[in-house]
Design a protein around this ligand. Structure first.
Ligand code: CA
Length: 231
């Protein structure tokens, strides 16, 4: 899959040695449309942070091999930009201050609700994008790439996760053809069972849901789909 620049999904690295919590985080964030990597020890996270590009690090403190503070210290020597959210069972003010002093951006004490985690993640990703506008606008439709919500005026569209992914891919290539295979790849990171036939169903539903937006999904026979503005 060829992805570049703004066309890739936001990528989050989770570092958590607790299997149940790690799995819950991975599942929940993946289903919100993020590309998620999960490391179970600090050394693996340190290696991943040196070789791959992420948009956010969710970091447990008590980790095997290299603890969270050390992962953070090493990270900040070569990357001062990546937003870091510490998750920890250590709730003393001293731990919190120490984590923030080392360059973490936010700190969430366990146990926490997934709703709160998601809210913090969205806030950090928004901040991480700096002044870049996370909204893609075309005709009357606005798509928020961080909150993953499409709106026509003030009205939020009720799109499934798959329909949202298809819309985003088409919006990013407005007026150009996107093949079914490219759309399958877009969804594949969180649903490995999706096929090209399913894409036809998502596009069919999306066509109805974006009525009134001034946009239409055109079928380009044998090649794929293109999102175009209607005059
Ligand atoms: Ca731990």
């Amino acid at each position: 899959m060829e992805v570049q620049g703004s066309e890739r999904a936001l990528r989050i690295l989770i570092t958590e040695d607790d299997a149940a919590l790690g799995e819950a985080l991975r599942y929940s964030l993946t289903h919100s449309g993020y590309a998620v990597d999960w490391m179970r020890n600090g050394a693996a996270a340190d290696t991943a942070l040196r070789s791959d590009v992420f948009d956010l690090l969710i970091l447990d403190l008590g980790l095997p091999q290299l603890d969270g503070y050390d992962v953070l210290k090493r990270l900040r020597k070569h990357d001062g930009r990546l937003p870091v959210l510490i998750l920890s069972g250590r709730e003393s003010a001293g731990d919190k201050v120490h984590g923030l002093d080392l360059g973490a951006d936010d700190y969430l004490v366990k146990p926490f609700s997934l709703d709160e985690l998601h809210a913090r993640v969205r806030a950090l990703l928004r901040r991480g994008k700096g002044s870049a506008n996370p909204i893609i606008s075309a005709a009357k439709l606005d798509f928020d790439t961080v909150e993953r919500v499409a709106r026509i005026g003030e009205r939020a569209l009720e799109l499934s996760m798959h329909e949202t992914a298809v819309l985003e891919a088409l919006l990013q290539r407005l007026g150009r053809v996107v093949s079914k295979e490219q759309l399958v790849e877009r969804i594949y990171s969180y649903d490995r069972d999706v096929g090209t036939n399913a894409i036809e169903v998502y596009v069919h539903r999306l066509r109805r849901k974006i009525e009134g937006s001034g946009l239409a999904v055109k079928t380009v026979y044998g090649r794929g789909y293109a999102l175009e503005t209607t005059s």
